[in-house]
Design a binder for this molecule. Structure first.
Ligand code: S3P
Length: 191
């Protein structure tokens, strides 16, 4: 990589409830990198909660903000671990940015049924207006709409279901698998 080339980031993509934030935070700690969650960044930069974005400004405005925040994070010269919102990949420009060879993009993949069982608590739904009505149906629809986009940008696919069901510390187990996979791939794996 040339001296002026921006650093690559480790970026988590995947559906709501796949554990991008908790797993990402753990992986960042392990790699000794800063952890950044795009939803948290949007809320802190704009002073507006995610639910408010959807209710008052609409989804398109939220996607604009999300695209812009993520573009800035990916451009940052200090490497970090970034957890994206589940719908970030909807924007073609974001997918193009994620496909830059310097980033390592990890898709935490799971079936909508499994995800629904994990985000049934009310608190978990507060920042997820898209799941407000019938989460099971919404997750099926969103998964159908986004699956190919996640596949398009992912360097690594981690199937979280078997790892999580077989562990009493499910998110820790997924984070460990991510770290081991990144170790195995090494620097040479960067696209
Ligand atoms: C969304 C996912 C949420 C949040 C917003 C929209 C989506 O983030 O950005 O509610 O469209 O899938 P998480 O994936 O972190 O829950």
């Amino acid at each position: 990589m040339g001296e002026d080339a921006p650093a690559g980031h480790v970026v988590f993509v995947g559906m709501m409830g796949s554990g991008k934030t908790t797993v990402g935070r753990r992986v960042a700690r392990h790699l000794d990198l800063e952890f950044i969650d795009t939803d948290e960044t949007i809320v802190s930069v704009t002073g507006r909660e995610i639910a408010e974005w959807f209710a008052n400004r609409g989804e398109v405005a939220f996607r604009d903000a999300e695209e812009q925040v993520l573009a800035e994070l990916l451009d940052a010269t200090t490497p970090s671990v970034v957890a994206t919102g589940g719908g970030a990949v909807l924007r073609a420009a974001t997918r193009t940015r994620l496909c830059a060879p310097r980033h390592r993009v990890i898709w935490l993949r799971a079936s909508p049924t499994f995800l629904n069982s994990r985000i049934s608590q009310k608190a978990e739904r507060r920042a997820r207006p898209l799941l407000a009505d019938d989460p099971a149906v919404a997750l099926e629809r969103l998964d159908e709409q986004r699956r190919d986009f996640y596949a398009e940008v992912a360097d690594v696919i981690i199937d979280i279901e078997p790892v999580m069901t077989g562990s009493d510390k499910p998110r820790k187990a997924v984070a460990q698998l991510v770290v081991d996979t990144l170790d195995l791939l090494g620097e040479g794996s960067r696209r």
